[in-house]
Design a protein. Structure first.
Length: 172
């Protein structure tokens, strides 16, 4: 069994041209949301072995706030900056087999599209409700958690992940 956490970065400063997009930092509300998400992960006993994080300022700040509540190895990757779902999935599939739970911290629309691509058709009512929330919107600092009944990350394929949790800052 492998567990994947897909976390969109928290709310960042607006793109107003005064700062390069890559260098945009979190707003105070974004910092608060990321800290609340970290507490949610801790409170619910979610464990993460490894974090793959886009190297942009807003994603690294989000990941660092999450690490206040979790213990995990982290890798910052330039190729996850504004990555599309195929790049995100390639990074997931390349994760070591020894990693049981993997978090990717990135950007939309890639994170939302990747979660939608990997999630299976819902089986039960609660899973269906999570799917509906996911399809409605994947806001800043939203987190999708998917379980895969596989032994190796390279076996993760489209439509085979059970959406075990989908949480947005407004939910916590």
């Amino acid at each position: 069994m492998k567990r994947l956490f897909l976390l969109r970065h928290a709310k960042a400063q607006p793109a107003d041209g005064s700062v390069e997009d890559f260098d945009r930092t979190l707003m105070l509300s974004g910092m608060q949301d990321a800290a609340a998400m970290a507490r949610y992960l801790h409170k619910n006993d979610y464990a993460v072995d490894q974090i793959l994080c886009s190297s942009s300022a807003r994603t690294t700040q989000t990941a660092e706030l999450v690490l206040h509540e979790l213990t995990a190895d982290i890798e910052y990757r330039d190729n996850l900056y504004l990555a599309d779902p195929s790049k995100i999935l390639a990074a997931v599939r390349a994760a070591p087999v020894s990693v049981s739970s993997l978090m990717v911290v990135g950007h939309n629309p890639g994170m939302e599209d990747c979660a939608t691509l990997l999630a299976r058709e819902p089986v039960r009512r609660k899973e269906r409700a999570r799917h509906e929330a996911l399809e409605e919107k994947f806001p800043t600092c939203a987190l999708a958690i998917l379980d895969f009944d596989v032994g190796r990350w390279r076996d993760v394929v489209q439509g085979c992940g059970k959406l075990v949790d989908f949480v947005r800052p407004k939910d916590i």
